[in-house]
Design a protein around this ligand. Structure first.
Ligand code: AR6
Length: 175
């Protein structure tokens, strides 16, 4: 599918309309890709997150939901923050919650007028989601949503070649 791009890289360097952040519900930053985005993007992102917490989500952004902020110093226009499931805590809802991250992030991207969006491998780092299962869910969810949006482009950006290869191998028979 030529609407889907699969690559290795640092998502903070992606020159697309929106990049997705694998955040936590505090929206106050953290390690992994979240830390990299806040470091590279600067304080504008954190300020916007603080405002969202105060005005929309005083108890934190629930798992599977997504919100957009400006992208500060990043080449992207927007950062779409979503909270992936913590694998050892999500029980029977893991797949549904992870799929919601992709669905809601794409929905927000469309709402803010973006036609290209880059995703990291949500939940597959600190949150411990098995990479093969996560790849199935990410790819199937995005592929289905793109059927109705032939004007959208989605990039999956992996931090290293090994993770990209796992993803490619997992989805191979489905492409
Ligand atoms: N570009 C692309 N991918 C990256 C980058 C980057 N710069 N940095 C890491 N990854 P993780 P999670 C990959 O742990 O599992 C944070 O503390 C990484 O190799 O960032 O959803 C948050 O605040 C992995 O494949 O996110 C939360 O508390 C993927 O991004 C928690 O971690 C996701 O790994 C979220 O955990």
């Amino acid at each position: 599918m030529d609407q889907i791009i699969i690559k290795t890289g640092d998502i903070t360097e992606e020159n697309v309309c929106a990049i997705v952040n694998a955040a936590n519900s505090s929206l106050m930053g953290g390690g992994g890709v979240d830390g990299a985005i806040h470091r590279a993007g600067g304080t504008q992102i954190l300020e916007a997150c603080r405002k969202i917490r105060k005005e929309q989500y005083p108890d934190g952004l629930p798992t599977g939901e997504a919100v957009a902020t400006p992208a500060g110093n990043l080449p992207a226009k927007f950062v779409i923050h979503t909270v992936g499931p913590v694998y050892h805590l999500c029980g029977d809802n893991c797949a549904l919650l992870l799929a919601s991250c992709y669905t809601n992030a794409l929905k927000i991207a469309i709402e803010v007028g973006c036609k290209d969006i880059a995703f990291p491998a949500i939940s597959t780092g600190i949150y411990g989601y098995p990479k093969v299962e996560a790849a199935h869910i990410a790819y199937e969810t995005v592929k289905d949503l793109l059927k109705e949006r032939d004007d959208m482009k989605v990039s999956f950006v992996f931090h290293n070649n090994e993770d990209k290869e796992i993803f490619l191998k997992t989805i191979q028979e489905k492409r």
